[in-house]
Design a protein around this ligand. Structure first.
Ligand code: IPE
Ligand code: IPE
Ligand code: MG
Length: 252
């Protein structure tokens, strides 16, 4: 039996933050002649496996795109099912999150979530706030453009009130107003299901992320698939605008 790709992962060069666009639940279900919601339900197992795998490896932060601001446009039945699934999942996984020392957080406009979803989420966030091993960050009613609009509004207020000089606006000023202000930018962005687009996710934060696309549908994306993605990331040379010789550590 071939050794797991896990053994090839360099634990000293892990991404500190992995972001995932969990896509393909609907098509996964359709292939099985099942309703789309069946795909979402099965996607929860992938969430659990991938979260545990990240925590075990030592990845500090995992952001999962669970519901976009645009997803409100889906049929009401599906939106309601997704909101209920979130309540169910947070409640069910809470003890495991605590056992694994994982902190739950969320980004996006949470105030627009149905009250039951919002309250359960807040309970989950509160009950895990002291955990330190990994942050599991859910993007809910998230839109990167909305996040930027909000950031711009807050910065404009600071300028208008005389608390910020226009010439002092820099990267940090913007970073500090984003929902992700306490997290490093993701070094690795994964999208499942074969689509190769960003769909309004973390536009500022992924400026220099490595993008990894796989045809695997989210409910099939498990531990080993994550290891493959991380290994693939580690094989890449991140140049940040420089040339290869400048970023390669050569042994003398
Ligand atoms: C991703 O799977 C889950 C959410 C967007 C909530 P989809 O539901 O988008 O599945 P496909 O893309 O239709 O297969
Ligand atoms: C992106 O998936 C949003 C989430 C995974 C939550 P979508 O399925 O909504 O994206 P598009 O519509 O294919 O761009
Ligand atoms: Mg989709």
């Amino acid at each position: 039996m071939p050794a797991s790709i896990k053994e090839k992962i360099d634990l000293t060069n892990l991404p500190k933050h992995i972001a995932i666009i969990m896509d393909g639940n609907g098509r996964w279900a359709k292939n099985r002649n099942m309703p789309r919601v069946f795909g979402h339900k099965n996607g929860v197992t992938s969430v659990r496996e991938v979260s545990e795998a990240c925590a075990e490896l030592g990845v500090g932060c995992l952001t999962l795109y669970a519901f976009s601001a645009e997803n409100w446009g889906r049929p009401t039945l599906e939106v309601n099912a997704l909101m209920s699934l979130l309540v169910e999942t947070v409640k069910k996984e809470l003890s495991t999150l605590n056992k694994n020392n994982i902190r739950l957080t969320a980004i996006g406009d949470l105030s627009k979530l149905p009250s039951k979803t919002y309250n359960t989420l807040m309970d989950g966030i509160n009950d895990t706030k002291d955990n330190t091993r990994m942050t599991l960050n859910l993007a809910l009613n998230y839109s990167a453009r909305n996040e930027m609009i909000q950031a711009t509004q807050r910065i404009a207020e600071l300028v208008a009130s005389g608390n910020l000089d226009v010439s002092a606006i820099d990267h940090t000023t913007i970073q500090d107003q984003l929902d992700t202000k306490d997290m490093p930018d993701p070094e690795l962005l994964i999208r499942t299901s074969g689509e190769q687009r960003i769909s309004n996710f973390l536009l500022w934060q992924i400026a220099y992320s490595e993008l990894y696309f796989t045809d695997t549908y989210w409910p099939d994306f498990r531990r080993e698939d994550l290891y493959i993605a991380i290994h693939n990331y580690q094989m890449r040379e991140r140049r940040f605008g420089k040339i290869s010789e400048q970023v390669t550590i050569t042994e003398i």
